[in-house]
Design a protein around this ligand. Structure first.
Ligand code: NI
Length: 168
């Protein structure tokens, strides 16, 4: 296993639309392990393949029962939101968008269709915080960052901050 580099805004790899995964082999399983290790090292609760520079439809999300116990995660391959309901507002941050958290409006409940590491198709319905994580990570597969959901004013303030850091 190895920790991967996490690409950060404004890197263009974060804006690419990702490709569907068709091969379910050891390479994919190894990539999932690397992503989980990278996510927990950061630390984060979700990671999408584009964040480590791979434009493919793969996300890894934390499903640990509690903070102290054993870490559990699941990979979702080719995930797609097939149903959504209601709205919620919750604070989000992103390993690819440093030094910023903000409230984002999301759906309250989502149903996600995805495949597991063996290529088996599944559906998952969830709500609240876990629904936010899934929407955030699936956005990454479409080149969308949580800052895209903020007001133009908030977004431009953040862009200015990043420009200043990069100039240093
Ligand atoms: Ni993110």
């Amino acid at each position: 296993m190895s920790i991967q580099k996490i690409y950060q805004y404004p890197d263009s790899v974060l804006r690419k639309k990702s490709e569907k995964i068709a091969t379910f082999d050891n390479g994919l399983a190894k990539l999932v392990e690397d992503m989980a290790e990278t996510m927990y090292d950061a630390p984060g609760i979700g990671l999408a393949a584009p964040q480590i520079g791979k434009s493919i439809k793969l996300i890894v999300v934390d499903i640990s029962e509690d903070q102290e116990g054993e870490k559990k995660y699941m990979p979702l391959i080719n995930p797609e939101i097939i149903n959504h309901e209601g709205t919620q507002l919750d604070e989000e941050g992103c390993l690819s968008v440093p030094e910023l958290t903000a409230n984002v409006k999301r759906n309250l409940k989502v149903t996600v269709a995805y495949q597991d590491l063996q290529g088996q198709a599944h559906e998952l319905s969830t709500e609240d915080r876990f629904a936010v994580v899934l929407q955030h990570e699936i956005d990454h597969l479409n080149g969308i960052l949580f800052i895209d959901h903020l007001s133009p004013l908030k977004r431009s303030l953040y862009k200015k901050k990043v420009k200043k850091w990069l100039a240093k």
